[in-house]
Write a protein that binds this ligand. Sequence first.
Ligand code: PMP
Length: 364
Amino acid sequence: MSILPTPNSRKHNFSAGPGALPFEVLEEIARELPDFRGLGISIMEMSHRSKEFEGVVADTRAALTRLLGLGADYEILLIQGGASQQFAMVPMNLGPGGVYLNTGEWASKAVEEAQRWGETFEAYSGKAETFRDLPSEEQRFDGPVGAKYLHYTSNNTLYGTQFHHLPRTNLPLVCDVSSDFISRPVDMTRFDLVYAGAQKNAGPSGVTIVVAKRDVLRTFKGDSRVPTIFRYQTHAENETMYNTPNCFGIWVVGLMARWVERQGGVAAMEVLGREKADLIYSAIDERPDFYQGHAVKAVRSLMNITFRCATEALDEAFMAEADRRSLISLKGHRKVGGMRASIYNAVPKESVAALADLIRTFGR
Ligand code: PMP
């Protein structure tokens, strides 16, 4: 008897995170889990200091290095604490003196954590317009004298906005890429440091991916009060195994990275991502009298699509019909309301087509 469901019994999953994983990857996990590479134990039961697990970490880092096109001057940490912990680690290691673009709920949290640590500059806030827009490509954010870095959020998961350009600045760039990591080509040489919780585009929750310039990670310039575990240097010098890592999660991030490579890499993910997003946005735009998108069109996200009907009662009816059709996790975040469809890398085009069909038939 197979322990796996069939692909047909799977729901159309639009969860914002933890998000969908490819069925192919779930099959790989199920096959390998009880007896990892013939060792007679699972990956969750072996020492993180073993040769085998060191190999898993090396494989995962290598696959991510290839996907991101990283040069030898960049390094990858696979740690814990989520992107939320990075909100604190960034100022503790690189600051104070960060310049922040406040483009949403998570960006606001990053600002708050930086403020706890010292002087912080909020150079942009989209709050007054419910974060439906982003800074334009022309705007510059050089920050005041003494500014250390520019922090922004490439994709705003709750509001459904995404930067389609890099902010102009003379400061080192730091970015929370949690919800659009490995979904499109990015010139990583422009960044000093990026971080992402894995649970949207790159695997299960419990693994935080930090990609940064080697010298940024290895040279600690922070305050002596910063605890050992909150220093990038600690994790870099211990080859990301200072303490017991999320062994299972790191393995799955590697499987996911190799799955993206098999699809053609981040460039192919972007093409597919655009096709998927177009299917939904065009269905919404056909009926402006019935559906309203939350984000300004120019900054619409390819990952999280936020929209609503004219009344909350219609939103509820939409989601009830979605549920009947096995389309799940479409409820918008409580701060935004309406619906949110998260269509990360692993959400199949068929699921997206099923949603576009629902949007059209419900609108009628
Ligand atoms: N940043 C962004 C853009 C997010 O979407 C999220 C999670 N939804 C977070 C940060 C927080 O991540 P974590 O739960 O991994 O701390």
